[in-house]
Design a protein around this ligand. Structure first.
Ligand SMILES: *Cc1c(COP(=O)(O)O)cnc(C)c1O
Length: 357
């Protein structure tokens, strides 16, 4: 990427940093002093700008509010042990963002805006990037249709933005999950592979029902038969069955192509495990459990990285996992941390430095 011209910056009058306790950071609650903004008008993107973080103003007829043209990404930047900062695989999120944009009939963004914009915003906010263990800077790029009219059509204008939110350790207590057999997250031909706002809106009610019954999340199954495993809440899902690491394949278009998922697959193979991406029937898991061969189950996503499942309930039958004895999940988590802190050689080139050169 060559064009590395400086983005116009309007500095905030004062910094909120001194008033923010970087040792107490609930997820997504605090934002840095600046944000990146770019507008797509008349068929092209204008120059991105970095502005003081603050409210944005639109007409009440904003199409994103009415018809949901809205997509986002979630990425993390880390402080390495040498004091520098690096972003975890932002190129994957960039590609996925434009894939989501195409499915939602939205304008695609350039690498210059998405990646360069993110780097320059992070460079400006360097003092906000936490250095404590298991802390990171959560990066939220997003885009929405910004036409102001009620006609149902793809918006002709779009607003792209990047927000930064320092986050502490995401304490993922091992989860209780049940196999969802009523609601569905995605169908073939639908928008399951897109990171679009509506997928989250649609998951809130089933998740609330699950919580009211004492569960943390649902394990989504296919829309036709409720037989095949899809995802765990808003995370991809993995199992260790008969010593193999298995996860649902992406062919159906109903599963989000997670960056953590892709990284778990690479790390798993590197650890010498056989990794399979394929259809996984809940019945196969239940049979494996009964035979003592289903030993680990976990969700994988940027927020939590690896979130262990301690109990999985299917048709009233409970599968219980010994969360203190999960060598695969534990080694994966350790390897992720080592790469992100710069303690382990980054053999895949996952860590992209914020500052060039
Ligand atoms: C974002 C997301 C994931 C995880 O993707 P990562 O790139 O690993 O953060 C998994 N499933 C759904 C539905 C998601 O929206």
């Amino acid at each position: 990427m060559q064009s590395n011209h400086a983005i116009k910056i309007t500095k905030a009058a004062t910094s909120k940093l001194t008033g923010t306790d970087l040792t107490k950071l609930p997820f997504g609650r605090y934002f840095t002093d600046h944000m990146l903004v770019a507008d797509y008008v008349d068929g092209k993107w204008g120059e991105p700008e970095i502005l003081p973080y603050g409210p944005i103003s639109f007409d009440p007829s904003l199409v994103a509010l009415h018809y949901g043209q809205s997509i986002f990404e979630g990425i993390k930047a880390y402080r390495l042990i040498d004091g520098s900062a690096a972003i975890f695989r932002p190129d994957k999120n960039f590609t996925r963002f434009n894939k989501s944009a195409r499915r939602m009939e939205m304008a695609e963004v350039s690498e210059d805006i998405f990646i360069e914009g993110m780097k320059q915003l992070l460079e400006l906010e360097d003092a906000w990037i936490p250095a404590q263990k298991d802390h990171s800077m959560y990066i939220r790029p997003f885009m929405f249709g910004s036409d102001e009219l009620l006609g149902v059509a793809p918006s002709s204008r779009y607003r792209f933005m990047i927000l930064l939110s320092p986050v502490g350790p995401y304490y993922a207590a091992p989860m209780r999950i049940y196999v969802e057999e009523q609601y569905v997250r995605a169908v073939p031909g639908g928008v399951g592979f897109a990171k679009t706002a509506g997928n989250y809106a649609a998951s809130l009610h089933p998740a609330t029902v699950a919580k009211s019954k004492g569960y943390d999340q649902v394990l989504w199954t296919d829309a036709f038969e409720h037989k095949y495993v899809q995802e765990c809440g808003t995370m991809n899902v993995f199992f260790v069955l008969d010593g193999k690491l298995i996860t649902p394949g992406l062919e159906s278009g109903t599963i989000l192509d997670g960056v953590t998922r892709d990284s778990v697959i690479a790390l798993g193979r590197d650890m010498g495990l056989q990794v399979e991406e394929r259809e996984i029937a809940v019945d196969e898991l239940a049979a494996g459990y009964a035979a003592g061969k289903l030993t680990e189950a976990f969700g994988a996503g940027t927020a939590a990285t690896i979130a262990k499942i301690r109990e999985l309930v299917y048709k009233g039958q409970s599968m219980i996992f010994d969360v203190d004895n999960q060598p695969v999940s534990d080694e994966l988590r350790d390897r992720f941390n080592a790469i992100r802190e710069g303690r382990e050689a980054d053999k895949w080139g996952w860590m992209v430095p914020v500052k060039q050169g």
